[in-house]
Design a protein around this ligand. Structure first.
Ligand SMILES: [Zn+2]
Length: 314
């Protein structure tokens, strides 16, 4: 048995995972970042103890404990180098937890952990070179290269959301202009829908959000697109166009055999995946080569817990 913890800025999700990568027990608690680092560590220790108690297990029976952190992680030393969401810098999380439970934990960036989960137990299983692309508020990624997780020299690789792919009408949260995630995330969908509506284009989106542009989310835009709304379809077309550009760049750079699309936006896969594959195919460099596998992730939000629990296997 294994324990995986997915430490997020809003929730700490944790679970007991068996050797096959199935979650046996799962729960989540609020992170409450404002209460500080010590409180978060205590919550994770409580989570581990709760899993042990409720499943009549002892710590000796747990093969591995892993934590996915939304930031840059020094995997070898178990240190969170930088985490904007939690307001952490150089936090020796492994030591802090070991002091409480006398067992060493493995730490990994959360997108990397999710990629490990999908690679060992989900949509990327069997691939030699594969990449997970998460489409949420931003765009994240995790890369398996030659059957190994690729971390980069500082644990900061795969910040694919900040690869610059063109000029855009608004700046990225990182301060740059033209980042991939400003074209191909839930935020990108919302911003472009708001722009078109503010320019005077009529759309049923406005009825759906009671005339409050600030209430537009990606789901509303996809729902409106299903009703053949012109604005919504224009937004999705732009999203697909740029997502394809980003993915074609990744294919040209890495020649992967499998791409898994995850994150909140992937819930609407039927609205964009067929068009996306077509767009990628039309703009492919080596037209004679087959298109790599492109599909939705299968583990959903559980990928983080499962991957964290399986970190000793990669
Ligand atoms: Zn950026």
């Amino acid at each position: 048995m294994r324990i995986g913890i997915d430490l997020g800025g809003t929730n700490i999700a944790f679970g007991l995972v068996n050797e096959e990568g199935r979650i046996i027990y799962k729960k989540q608690v609020k992170t409450e970042v404002y209460k500080g680092e010590k409180n978060i560590v205590e919550k994770m220790v409580s989570a581990i103890n709760e899993i042990l108690e409720n499943n009549s297990l002892t710590l000796d029976q747990i093969k591995s404990i892993g934590i996915g952190v939304p930031g840059v992680v020094d995997y070898d030393n178990g240190i969170v180098k930088e985490c904007v969401n939690l307001n952490w810098k150089e936090v020796n999380l492994r030591e802090l937890i070991k002091n409480k439970i006398n067992k060493s934990v493995l730490l990994e960036n959360d997108a990397n952990a999710a990629a490990v989960g999908e690679y060992l137990c989900g949509s990327m299983k069997g691939a030699v070179n594969s990449i997970l692309i998460t489409l949420g508020t931003g765009v994240g990624g995790g890369l398996i290269l030659n059957n190994k997780l690729f971390r980069g020299s500082n644990g900061a690789a795969l910040e694919i959301g900040h690869i610059i792919i063109g000029e855009n009408f608004y700046n990225c949260s990182c301060g740059n202009n033209g980042c991939f995630e400003t074209f191909a995330s839930a935020t990108a969908i919302i911003k472009y829908a708001q722009k078109l509506i503010k320019e005077g284009n009529k759309s049923i989106i406005m009825e759906m959000v009671n005339n409050d542009v600030d209430k537009i989310d990606a789901k509303v835009v996809f729902d409106a697109a299903r009703e053949d709304d012109l604005v919504a379809n224009k937004v999705i077309d732009r999203f697909v166009k740029y997502l394809a550009k980003g993915i074609n760049s990744i294919i040209n750079f890495l020649d992967v055999d499998s791409i898994a699309i995850g994150g909140g936006v992937s819930a609407a896969e039927e609205m964009f995946l067929p068009k996306l594959k077509e767009e990628i195919m039309n703009n492919k460099l080596f037209k004679s080569m087959p298109l790599c596998e492109i599909k939705k992730t299968v583990l959903g939000n559980d990928a983080g817990i499962i991957g964290a629990a399986m970190l000793d296997r990669i």
